[in-house]
Design a protein around this ligand. Sequence first.
Ligand SMILES: [Ca+2]
Ligand SMILES: [Ca+2]
Length: 215
Amino acid sequence: MRSFARTPRLALLAGALLLAGSCGDNLGPEETMVLNGTSALDGFVYIGADTLAHTNGGGPAIGDLDGTIADLHVRQFFSFDLTALPDNAEVQIAELRLNQAAATATSYTELGNVLVDHMDYGASLDTLDYNRTALTAAYGTLSTTVTLGVKALTVTTAVQADRNAGRTRSQYRIRFETSGNNDGTSDYAQFTDGEGSTPAPDSLPRLVIVYRRPQ
Ligand SMILES: [Ca+2]
Ligand SMILES: [Ca+2]
């Protein structure tokens, strides 16, 4: 239901842009491309007693796992291949859609909201990416609640920046505002990765891009 609730908003925005665009510019009609996440590049990174980067399924999560290992923190990463977009496409709207498949009951009250960092972590995911300097840190808030389902964030300027810089991927890191609290109880959420390896992998990672091309 949540994913349906998001769709009209995008359609509404797209409609507004279409009206604006009809006032004399030389751009063609809106076109929409839905990009799936690149599963080989999405995954999670632990830091702490068990530092590792994992891209092949497993147990993706953000938050802390200190119920198992003291002060072990984890973040998730997502990557989208932009090369299918036409070279002359002018991005009008882009929306990141990630499925929250699980969350511990007090994860948000203890660690805060889920933030998105706009990243360039390149052609591999490694342990340095946990703390790698973002292109834009705290680009936006993806989720404020344990409620499961698809969470959406408008990332138009991030995708436009990727295109302007000639990057072939649009990449994101998600994390809680507080990385972890080392309270002896694991506090985490799980967002579905490209392999669909979380519980309830109903919706895989998506980047929806509305663009127009010169006529
Ligand atoms: Ca993966
Ligand atoms: Ca904890």
